[in-house]
Ligand binder design. Structure first.
Ligand SMILES: [Zn+2]
Length: 154
């Protein structure tokens, strides 16, 4: 498990991002490069450098990752249908703990995701996962910010 150093974000700042009435919001549209989609997130935190990211592997379309990155830290990350000890292959979420710098994982039971080991996927499901993730992060995401990735070649 990666360790990102403690205190890069404080508990107070994380509370501001995730629980306060004002919400961070996506700016612009998802930009895809090499199966990695990124969109900037604006919030009131100083030097936040925040983005929502999605990483897909065309050969394993039912396994993908959603990441809310703030100051270089994956504040939240959902690994869809991904192996993680001791949970096994499942959809689970890592949440950065500023006290330790670790990102412990917990199984997600209510996250919209495809069954594991699918060889094809309806892009609408990727889209649905993306917006469900933005919601978990307390980030407002306009429906227009979604751009389908171009999956070509192998
Ligand atoms: Zn994981």
């Amino acid at each position: 498990m990666a360790n990102y150093g403690s205190g890069v974000l404080t508990l107070h700042e994380i509370g501001q991002l995730e629980r306060s009435a004002w919400r961070a919001r996506v700016v612009g549209v998802l930009s895809w490069k090499a199966h990695r989609g990124v969109v900037d997130v604006a919030c009131r935190l100083d030097r936040a450098d925040a983005q929502l990211c999605m990483r897909v592997v065309p050969k394993r379309p039912s396994q993908y990752h959603l990441i809310y990155r703030v100051r270089g830290i994956p504040l939240r990350r959902v690994d869809v249908n991904h192996p993680h000890r001791p949970l096994g292959i499942c959809t689970h979420e890592h949440v950065y703990d500023p006290r330790t710098g670790d990102e412990p994982a917990a199984k997600l039971l209510d996250f919209p995701a495809p069954p594991a080991n699918q060889h094809t996927i309806d892009l609408a499901l990727w889209r649905e996962s993306f917006f469900a993730f933005a919601e978990r992060c307390n980030v407002e995401a306009d429906p227009g910010c979604w751009i389908d990735p171009v999956i070509g070649g192998h």
